[in-house]
Structure formats: structure tokens, C-alpha cells
Design a protein around this ligand. Structure first.
Ligand code: APR
Length: 233
């Protein structure tokens, strides 16, 4: 079979059925918290303890034993195993580590990672599984891309998108750029674009195919069908 290059963009919706709240739903994270307070650098300067407490809460939540990869994460890991890491790239806006837990290797965390912190002065990144106490070390901040900050891996991401055969967006509402603009970029490069989401996203009309339903169901069946089509080629 001719192995296609597949770029997958994931958002909070892929982790919803693993027990992690999305941002823009009712009861979502942005309903209970003010974005300007907890997800901007200005908010961090104003009240670093509040911001650390917010990410401490999310870091704790992520490490609860009930929070595990769901069939959507697992099927994407299987896709990478079958087609090879050179052919499957996951770009995730998620700061959880459920793709890695599922076994995916080629994952670009464009919005940072909850289980990492960094030294503001040196830029050095550290693993972090515990609560951070600001007063212990004032230079340590969450390794999270806040609103107004530049997402990570952008050069690599656009390179991957330009070379892709398929661009598959999963569980993202299409509100936040630059990720929301990837579908347009992919279309300009003649990439086949597919949306897999619970409901039509803001960018729905830019995708050439779309499937709606819970990620834990539609992603495994989409992956199985894609693998079947490829092995028939
Ligand atoms: N299966 C599939 N999709 C789902 C599911 C599910 N079980 N549950 C929810 N969704 C969909 C919602 O319909 C919505 O379109 O996932 C999407 C989640 O949207 P958002 O909450 O806006 O999350 P996301 O798109 O990842 O947000 C982007 O915004 O605040 C920032 O940095 C944060 O990375 C985040 C970025």
C-alpha cells in the first residue's frame, strides 16, 4: 500500500470522555474561570498564586486513576503503529498527556503540557507531577501557552501540514487561532480535510468530509475504515 501522510489536530473534545472538561461547553473550564485571570501572562503577574492553584487543580485532575485514554486516543496510537511515526503526526492543543499514555509517539503539544513547568529565566523545562508553590520558587511557571503567547512548534506544524495527504481535526471548536486556521492552510495545499467532532465546529464548512458523534465512537471507526481502504489499495 502507498502510505499517506496524516496530520491529526486534536482539541479538548477528544479527552472529554476520559473525564476532562472542555473549555467552551456549559460547565466547561471557561465558564467557571476567567480566562484573563488564569490564562494570560498579565493574569499571572497580577496573581501568580491563583494561576498556580488553577494549574495545580488541573494537574491533580489529570493524575486521577479514573482519567485514562479513551478509544479515540488508542485508535490514533494504533494508526501510528500501523503506518509508522514518520507518517502520522498528532498536533494537539491539549495540555493533557492522554495521547502519550495511549502510546502515540509523534505528538506536538502546541499549547504546552500540564505535567511540565519551566524556569522563566533560563527557559529550562522540568517534569512536574506535584503542586507548585509559588513562594518556593518564583521563577517556575506552568509550561502552558497562554492567550497572547506564541504557540510551540509552529514551523514544524506548517511544514507537516504542507506535506500531508490528510488533515483530520478531532474535538476542537475552531475558536482559537492559529489551530483554527490549519484547515484553510491545508486546503490551500490540496490536503484532504476531515472533521470529526461531536457537532459542527465554527470551521465546519471548510472541511471536505465530516463525521459527527462522540470521539470514542467515531474516531475508532474512522481509523478502522481508513486502514481498510489503505490495505485494499
Ligand atoms: N467527542 C467529540 N467532540 C466533542 C466531545 C466528544 N465526546 N465533547 C465535546 N466535543 C467537542 C465540542 O463540541 C467542541 O466543538 O469538542 C470541542 C471542544 O471545544 P473547546 O472547548 O473550545 O476546546 P478546544 O477547541 O480544544 O479549545 C482550543 O482554547 O482555551 C483554549 O488553550 C485552550 O487548547 C484550548 C483552545
Amino acid at each position: 500500500m502507498a502510505i499517506p501522510k496524516i496530520v491529526v489536530l486534536t482539541g479538548a473534545g477528544i479527552s472529554a470522555e476520559s473525564g476532562l472538561a472542555t473549555f467552551r461547553a456549559q460547565n466547561g473550564l471557561w465558564e467557571g474561570h476567567n480566562v484573563n485571570d488564569v490564562a494570560t501572562y498579565e493574569g499571572y503577574l497580577r496573581d501568580p498564586i491563583l494561576v498556580h492553584n488553577f494549574y495545580n487543580m488541573l494537574r491533580n485532575q489529570l493524575q486521577q486513576p479514573t482519567v485514562k485514554p479513551n478509544p479515540a486516543h488508542l485508535s490514533l496510537a494504533e494508526l501510528e503503529t500501523k503506518l509508522g511515526s514518520d507518517n502520522v503526526t498528532i498536533i494537539t492543543q491539549n495540555v493533557d498527556n492522554l495521547h502519550e499514555q495511549a502510546g502515540s509517539k509523534n505528538v506536538l503539544h502546541m499549547h504546552g503540557e500540564l505535567l511540565k513547568v519551566r524556569n522563566e529565566k533560563t527557559g529550562q523545562i522540568f517534569d512536574c507531577y506535584q503542586d507548585i508553590c509559588y513562594t518556593d520558587n518564583k521563577l517556575i511557571r506552568p509550561h502552558i501557552v497562554w492567550f497572547g503567547e506564541i504557540p510551540l512548534y509552529m514551523e514544524q506544524i506548517y511544514q507537516q501540514l504542507a506535506q500531508a495527504d490528510y488533515f483530520i481535526a478531532i474535538g476542537t471548536s475552531g475558536h482559537v487561532y492559529p489551530a483554527a486556521g490549519f484547515v484553510q492552510f491545508a486546503n490551500e495545499y490540496g490536503v484532504k480535510t476531515i472533521e470529526l467532532n461531536l457537532e459542527p465546529s465554527l470551521k465546519e464548512n471548510q472541511f471536505s468530509s465530516k463525521i459527527y458523534g462522540p470521539a470514542s465512537q467515531i474516531v475508532p471507526s474512522f481509523v478502522a475504515q481508513l486502514l481498510a481502504e489503505l490495505s485494499a489499495d
